[in-house]
Design a protein around this ligand. Structure first.
Ligand code: PLP
Length: 429
């Protein structure tokens, strides 16, 4: 396939934007070729600058759980824009979205809105440190929590894809209080607690890891982390920026029945506009200014347009039956692609939690960064391009999750499975 218009646009972008993209995961570095420039999206589809249509399983990397240009979201946004785009003063809309979050997310008694997932994790960890009066945090290898300096340690997908163990520009002093352990390894966390117990403010964890491919927690892992936190007076912090409103309406904490002390949110909560949030027990959240002493602020935080998209999206998700149907179709797709691979003699490790899923080209089960990194990246790259040429777009890296939406119909699922059947046949010859 050739993409002359995308090629021209990419060349122009590279002149004025580093690498031609505004977030590294968008580049096709891990699969070869160059990124497609997108002109529009509607429902489950996107169209590139050369007029090609694709079934989209990136969905803006998760936020668009109601699909592209959802009519209810667009109508609400148009109406909101007519009333002005920002005031820097409170609006009733913010309370409405906060109420929805508190109703849906088990750990949320109070919510503070910010503008991205990065801001959410950065702020929630400042809060954990302020509340406990401790400096150290534990982060898990292969988990990604945005690009704050002190969190850019063994941080999975985009960083791993680029082969950067840590980013230059992060002073050593910034990461000295960040302790790391392998994902799904309780013993490693326990020994950190044994060594640093009363210095550890909390553990931040992706309750379903989605930034080293999609890796679910092993049985007993999340409850084990919770028990260790309780024993040592530390806080359990779920980074649900990706899993929130996606693996279940109330996120991974609902899915696994484990309520953390604090939660970071992003992606779906803004329905395609820039929103992040952190939430948790009232008593802890009261530490945040102006209720308490921990400073955190934002000129555009709680922006009326962004919050409006969030409200319309969460309302759409709460319609009876919508979530269940979406999960059923996700399972149908995952199983269908698994069967197609098997028929072609390719070993895939399939993972799924709610509407997040992924396929590792890997002979062994994947439970952590070490096992994920043994995947066959060359074969993944060939599959990616074979699917792209058949009109199916999914993340251009083995180390990313795929996403599903309410508007991916059974017909879309069947068409994707058929594309996979011929794609697998093509890449095995
Ligand atoms: C995407 C993501 C972030 C960062 O969110 P941004 O909005 O990109 O800053 C943080 N944590 C997790 C788990 C994510 O998937």
């Amino acid at each position: 396939m050739s993409y002359p218009n995308s090629e021209k646009l990419f060349a122009a972008a590279q002149q004025v934007i580093p690498g031609g993209v505004n977030s590294p995961a968008r580049a096709f570095g891990a699969v070869g070729g160059q990124p497609l420039f997108i002109e529009r999206g509607s429902g489950p589809y996107i169209w590139d600058a050369d007029g090609n249509r694709y079934i989209d399983y990136v969905l803006s990397w998760g936020p668009l759980i109601l699909g592209h240009a959802n009519p209810d979201v667009v109508a609400a946004l148009k109406e909101a824009a007519e009333r002005g785009t920002s005031y820097g003063a409170p609006t009733a809309l913010e309370t409405e979205l906060a109420e929805l979050v508190c109703e849906m997310v088990p750990s949320a008694e109070q919510v503070r809105f910010v503008n991205s997932g990065t801001e959410a994790t950065m702020s929630v960890l400042r809060l954990a440190r302020a509340y406990t009066g401790r400096d150290k945090i534990i982060k898990l290898q292969g988990n990604y929590h945005g690009h704050a300096d002190f969190l850019l340690v063994q941080a999975g997908s985009a960083v791993a894809t680029l082969g950067l163990p840590d980013s230059p520009g992060v002073p050593k002093g910034m990461t000295q209080d960040t302790l790391t352990a392998p994902y799904n390894d309780l013993d490693a966390v326990e020994s950190l607690f044994n060594q640093f117990g009363d210095e550890i403010a909390g553990i931040i964890v992706e309750p379903v890891a989605g930034n080293m491919g999609m890796v679910p927690p092993v049985e007993g892992y999340l409850s084990g982390l919770q028990a260790l936190c309780r024993k040592h007076g530390a806080l359990l912090i779920f980074d649900e920026v990706m899993t929130g409103f996606r693996v279940a309406p109330g996120g991974a904490q609902e899915y696994f029945g484990i309520t953390p002390d604090l939660t970071a949110l992003g992606k779906v909560i803004g329905g395609g506009l820039p929103v992040g949030a952190y939430a948790g027990r009232r008593e802890i959240m009261q530490t945040v200014a102006p209720a308490g002493p921990m400073y955190q602020a934002g000129t555009l935080s709680g922006n009326p347009l962004a919050v409006t998209a969030g409200i319309a999206t969460l309302r759409g998700l709460k319609q009876p039956g919508v979530f269940e149907t979406m999960v059923e179709r996700t399972t149908m797709l995952s199983e269908g692609i698994g069967a197609a691979a098997e028929a072609a003699g390719i070993t895939l490790q399939r993972t799924q939690a709610g509407t997040m899923f992924c396929f590792f080209f890997n002979e062994q089960p994947v439970t952590d960064w070490d096992s994920a990194s043994k995947s066959d990246l060359a074969l993944f790259g060939r599959f990616f391009h074979a699917m792209l040429s058949r009109g199916v777009y999914f993340p251009p890296s083995q180390y990313e999750s795929w996403f599903f939406s309410t508007v991916h119909s059974q017909e879309i699922v069947v068409a994707t499975i058929q594309a996979a059947q011929t794609a697998f046949a093509e890449i095995t010859v």
